[in-house]
Design a protein around this ligand. Structure first.
Ligand SMILES: [Zn+2]
Length: 119
């Protein structure tokens, strides 16, 4: 494995060079700003396509999911129950949003080859 490569779990990866699919990615370095990804099957490098679009879309989606949870099934709890239960609503919203992330990633994360192979 090249230096700086580590595992990012729950991050769908589909290698544009060899077609490997995995439920985790192997970015080079710790940065989230247009990271370089390394394929453990063929050793080639790639970058995520439309990173900012996918990030924005995820922000909106996660926000909608969390809001739906808060004001949907937990609405009455939030306004009628004691404080301890009020904490459950945002936590449940967050938990559901995070649970949806792997599916979202599978649908929207796309990669393209990076011939240079360095950041
Ligand atoms: Zn590959």
């Amino acid at each position: 494995m090249p230096p700086g490569v580590h595992k990012r779990p729950f991050y769908y990866f589909h290698c544009p060079s060899c077609g490997l699919k995995s439920s985790y990615a192997r970015p080079v370095g710790r940065g989230w700003r247009n990271p370089l990804f390394w394929c453990e099957a063929c050793g080639k490098y790639s970058r995520q396509k439309r990173l900012w679009l996918v990030s924005s879309l995820w922000g909106v989606t996660a926000g909608l999911i969390a809001t739906t949870i808060w004001f949907g099934p937990f609405y009455s709890l939030y306004f009628e129950e004691p404080t301890a239960l009020r904490l459950a609503a945002p936590l449940a919203g967050l938990a559901v949003a995070l649970a949806v992330w792997p599916i979202f990633g599978r649908l929207f994360l796309r990669y393209e080859r990076d011939p240079d192979g360095h950041t």
